[in-house]
Design a protein around this ligand. Structure first.
Ligand SMILES: [Zn+2]
Length: 436
């Protein structure tokens, strides 16, 4: 461990109480994606106190500030601002949002890392830039919420990172460091799991079935029952599941958002929302087309009209085994910290807009323990604040320092080696094609 690394660790330890208080405050104030105004202000104020001049209001609520030198690699340390709809969570807001995915802890890690890296001596040792980037709206939101956001703001993408990529806010970033509460290995007992499991990508789909209202008892023969068409479409969807191949890890999960108007009226307007997920974009597209056929066929059988609206989802994440820099810095966290790599080959069937970052740049990810209960459930809570807030802050800061020291050699090697599926401009063209 060199002198700067010792300093990074001692700064974070010295501010542990402040970091924990920040964690409590953010956890107690969960906000919906693209509505994280209070959370964003807390982040911006914190960065300002450290002497930075953050840009605010990026894709509505994003906050971004950099330290270090021009000319070297620019690393983004990412924290997600949003909570998710989980009204049964004991810490849910009056609107029903809760930090049941631990995103507030990512912000705490990012700000803890900012505390250490902005120390004048530490900052002077960085041969490149560390950019602290709090991003909105990681959780894919309900269709009604999506429609409101897309209509009331100049937002084209549902994922905050996708929208920021579209707006060019990642144009100056070469490499991203992300972290998350443990996902795949929640029962492993690990404090840190290094690397990124492959994740599914998806497309959002809304099926609008238009029938004809009529008296449900006196004159059902005059109606066209859109709910029956929805049921038939869902049955067809069940029947095509035998064509889903294990290797594609397909998940199609619908719910009926609107099922009719009243009990004595033949349902005339029915809306089915769903996500179509798979391990590759090709499998997403093929499955999406099959699902469309289910509802088109059902609509034809019942005599309904059908409109199907697909919305841009998130791209699949590739597996990324731990980079050497993670193995190098993890032992500096102390002997008691239990560290393990991801299980290679296991697929996370959930999705994240980090997949869209992977499309254009290398992403170094690790996950952290210290929490119990399932993600996205009322039972999720942090049980060990040191493991959930302090250890990952140190990990982020140490990684950024190692990547940027000595002329930024390690960061440059990773960036040069990475085969991005898209250039940033090609990604923007892809979004324009799908989302306008
Ligand atoms: Zn999450």
């Amino acid at each position: 461990m060199d002198h700067v690394e010792e300093k990074i660790l001692s700064i974070i330890d010295a501010h542990a109480q402040e970091i924990q208080a920040l964690a409590d405050d953010l956890f107690q104030h969960p906000e919906q994606g693209y509505h994280e105004y209070r959370t964003a202000k807390v982040v911006a104020d914190f960065l300002r106190k450290l002497g930075m001049e953050p840009r605010e209001g990026l894709a509505i609520t994003g906050v971004k500030a950099s330290i270090g030198k021009e000319g070297g690699p620019n690393l983004a340390l990412i924290g997600e601002l949003d909570a998710l709809a989980c009204p049964t969570h004991p810490s849910a807001s009056p609107e029903g949002y809760a930090h049941a995915c631990g995103h507030y802890a990512q912000l705490v890690c990012m700000l803890g890392a900012a505390l250490a890296l902005s120390d004048p001596e530490v900052a002077a040792s960085l041969d490149g830039k560390a950019t602290f980037f709090a991003v909105p709206a990681e959780e894919f939101q309900g269709a009604a919420v999506r429609e409101e956001v897309l209509q009331s703001h100049d937002v084209h993408c549902i994922g905050g990172k996708c929208e920021l990529l579209r707006r060019g806010e990642f144009d100056d970033v070469d490499l991203a460091i992300t972290t998350h509460s443990l996902m795949v290995d929640r029962d492993s007992g690990a404090d840190l799991v290094l690397g990124n499991n492959a994740c599914n990508g998806f497309v959002g789909k809304t099926v609008y079935l238009h029938g004809r209202a009529a008296h449900a008892a006196a004159a059902p023969h005059l109606g066209i029952n859109a709910l029956n068409a929805a049921n038939l479409g869902l049955s067809a969807l069940g029947m095509i599941r035998e064509t889903f191949q294990e290797k594609d890890c397909i998940r199609v999960h619908p719910y009926i958002r609107k099922g009719g108007e009243a009990v004595n009226i033949v349902p005339s307007e029915v809306v089915v929302d769903m996500m179509v997920r798979a391990a590759t974009q090709q499998a997403v597209e093929e499955t999406s087309a099959k699902v469309d056929n289910c509802f088109k066929g059902a609509a034809m059988a019942i005599g309904c009209e059908v409109d199907i609206v697909n919305s841009q989802g998130y791209m699949p994440c590739p597996e990324r085994l731990p980079d050497q820099v993670m193995w190098d810095v993890a032992p500096l966290l102390g002997e008691g910290v239990r560290v393990q790599p991801i299980h290679s080959g296991s697929q996370n069937t959930a999705s994240t807009d980090v997949g869209d970052l992977f499309a254009v740049m290398p992403v170094l990810n690790f996950t952290f323990g210290g929490s119990t209960g399932d993600l996205h459930s009322k039972d999720y809570k942090v049980s060990d604040p040191n493991t959930a807030h302090i250890i990952p802050a140190k990990m982020m800061a140490l990684m950024a320092y190692r990547l940027l020291k000595d002329g930024g050699a390690q960061a440059k090697a990773i960036v040069d080696d990475y085969q991005a599926p898209y250039t940033k401009e090609a990604y923007k063209a892809y979004v324009k094609k799908i989302s306008g």
